[in-house]
Design a binder for this molecule. Structure first.
Ligand SMILES: NC(=O)c1ccc[n+]([C@@H]2O[C@H](COP(=O)([O-])OP(=O)(O)OC[C@H]3O[C@@H](n4cnc5c(N)ncnc54)[C@H](OP(=O)(O)O)[C@@H]3O)[C@@H](O)[C@H]2O)c1
Length: 377
């Protein structure tokens, strides 16, 4: 807060064609909350920005070697074009320099905010549903954190397949919105046992479980799978409670992990997978999937939901909103400084503020209960 933004540094990439891009919006991610606990400063996250192209260049050839011919204009881009980009780090900057093959042209009707919110959430949801779990017509899917970025993306993508039933867990104040977004059965996981609630509607369980929680929820998810069903673990949200790293929650999640032998798995007739977008090295797969997603956007099948916008100097407020679980959809950051006369840009509704109180109270109660338990132990 109050620090000047870092200037871009040119780091030469394997690809010889580089583009400079003036950013319009950045995406803070759930995982940035966790990364904040362990990354040394200065560190700028990887989350994808959108913006206008400012220029292009190419990787200089090493001394004594034949110069590489300038590859401009690259991929049909022109200065001023609107693009989405993805990088492994250093993305929260006013100007970023990226390899051309890591950029994607934005559809005309797509806003910069939507462009920033699309890649991580939709790539994650798409690859899990279609590359790993192979969702098909007539199937049912359990989506946890259904009001979050990945949850909303997964719900929309499920509905690109006919007759898919979506069970979505979320705080009750978010149910109306997620139901409008396509969740067939919103479930209040805070006050009810979601396993029981699902079994009341579908006694046999579900075909696919997308699990960003880990720990005991992975065990519950596995128990909910129908024969030949698939569970995909892609996060460990249960390890993060409140604003600080919680070692007790970490230990509890680790202790409650699903653990079973391959022989048991064979007898269960179920599949377990793990997914981490950051560990996918196949650039072509990412590129192909991004173009599929942009096509789905053009056809009106998917649309990222923007929760709120914050200027960079308000980054602490933006992260707080995510910490306190108030967001429905994505929180977005604007690189430029806030103008004096500007009013608060967060679109939080009174209901979300109620939710903030509920969430804060629940977290405090949970933390207090855990402390008491730890002391007893
Ligand atoms: N493996 C990958 O490649 C990959 C990629 C992207 C994201 N992820 C993971 O996917 C998960 C969702 O990310 P996201 O960006 O969609 O999140 P998000 O948009 O920030 O959504 C967070 C929402 O999830 C709900 N929630 C439920 N349990 C929670 C918990 N234990 N802690 C915090 N929030 C909880 C809260 O809503 P309620 O009020 O409804 O509880 C909260 O508002 C994260 O675990 C993230 O690490 C993994």
């Amino acid at each position: 807060k109050g620090q000047p933004l870092r200037r871009p540094t040119l780091t030469w990439n394997k690809s010889c064609c580089l583009l400079a891009m003036r950013t319009k919006f950045w995406l803070p991610q759930y995982r940035d909350r966790m990364a904040r606990n362990k990354k040394r400063l200065p560190h700028t996250p990887r989350a994808p920005p959108t913006g206008h192209l400012e220029g292009h260049g190419h990787k200089p050839s090493p001394v004594g070697q034949t110069p590489i011919p300038p590859p401009v204009p690259s991929q049909g881009y022109r200065v001023g074009d609107r693009v989405i980009t993805m990088g492994r780090s250093g993305m929260w900057q006013e100007v970023v320099v990226v390899a051309a093959d890591r950029t994607f042209p934005m559809p005309e009707q797509m806003s910069f905010e939507e462009g920033a919110a699309l890649p991580i959430n939709y790539l994650t949801a798409y690859m899990m549903l279609f590359e790993m779990a192979n969702v098909r017509s007539g199937q049912s899917v359990l989506i946890h954190m259904a009001a979050g970025g990945v949850g909303i993306a997964a719900t929309q993508l499920c509905h690109t397949v006919p007759d898919v039933t979506v069970f979505g867990t979320a705080s009750p104040s978010k149910h109306e919105i997620i139901a409008q977004g396509g969740v067939t059965h919103p479930i209040d996981y805070r006050t009810k046992d979601y396993v029981e609630e699902i079994r009341k509607i579908s006694p046999q369980g579900v075909n696919i479980v997308l699990d960003p929680l880990s720990g005991s929820d992975t065990q519950k998810g596995f128990s909910l799978l129908k024969p030949l069903g698939t569970l995909i673990v892609f996060g460990a949200a249960n390890t993060v409670t409140g604003q600080k790293k919680n070692l007790l929650a970490l230990a509890k999640t680790w202790y409650n992990q699903l653990s079973l032998s391959t022989l048991k798995l064979m007898q269960a007739n179920k599949a377990i997978g793990g997914f981490h977008l950051g560990h996918i090295a196949d650039e072509q797969l990412i590129r192909r999937t991004m173009f599929t997603l942009l096509e789905l956007y053009n056809q009106g099948h998917i649309k990222p939901r923007i929760d709120s916008r914050y200027h960079f100097e308000e980054v602490a407020d933006a992260m707080r909103r995510m910490h306190e679980r108030q967001n429905i959809g994505k929180v977005i950051l604007l690189p430029e400084a806030k103008k004096e006369e500007e009013k608060p840009t967060s679109s939080s509704e009174p209901t979300e503020n109620v939710e903030k109180t509920e969430a804060a109270v629940t977290e405090k109660e949970e933390a207090a209960a855990e402390e008491v338990k730890a002391e007893k132990d």
